[in-house]
Design a protein around this ligand. Sequence first.
Ligand code: HEM
Ligand code: ZN
Length: 183
Amino acid sequence: MKGVIFRGLEALVIEKCGMAAWDDLLEKNAPSDRIYISAESYPDEEIVGLAQDVADALSMSMPDVLKAFGEYLFGHLRGRHPTIVENFNGFADLIMGIDKVIHVEVAKLYQEPNLPEIKAELIEDGFILMHYYSKRQLCMCAEGLIFGAASHYGIEVALNHVECMHNGFDKCVIEVKYEIGNE
Ligand code: HEM
Ligand code: ZN
C-alpha cells in the first residue's frame, strides 16, 4: 500500500485523536523509525494493524473504520491530486471513470501501485452498478470513497453491497443509487 494512503490515515487519526494517539499506534504497528512517504510502498499488514487498533480504540467494527477512513481519504486524495478530480463533470462521471481514468493516472504517478479492479455500469440516471475486485478486499474502503465523492459534489448517495468477497463471492457488487439533477 502506498504511503499516500497511510498519510491519509495519519491525518485522520491526528485530527480526531491527536498526535500522541498516532505515535502510540505507530509504535505498536510499524518499525521504530517509520515515516510514511507518499510515493513509497509499505506492507499491507501495517495498515490493517493500524486500522484494527483504531477500531479497538474507538469501539468500532473494522468495516466501519474502513468506511469512515475511505470517506476521509477521498478528500485527502483530492487534495494531493486536484487535477485528476477536477476532470470530471459531477459524481456519476467520476464514478464511471475510477478504473479507466483515475487509477490509470495514479498508475502513471506511482510506481507499481496495487489498485483494485473496478467496473462501473450506468444502469440508468441515478443508478450505477459497481463491481469491485481486489485481493486486498478493501471494499468497505471503496464504499467510504464513494460517500466521500458524493459529499464532494454535495449529493446524497445510498449503497447496497449485494455481493461481498468477505461472504465468499469472487468479487463485490455494490449498487450505487445517487441523487440526480444536482451534480
Ligand atoms: C487505492 C477505490 C478514487 C488514488 C484504492 C483502493 C480502493 C480504491 C478500494 C484500495 C486498494 C484496493 O482495494 O486494492 C477508489 C474509489 C474511488 C477512488 C471507489 C472513487 C469513489 C481515487 C482518487 C484517487 C485515487 C480520486 C487519486 C486522485 C488511489 C491510490 C491508491 C488507491 C493512490 C493506492 C494504491 C496503492 O496503495 O498502491 N482506490 N478510488 N483513488 N486509489 Fe482509488
Ligand atoms: Zn465487499
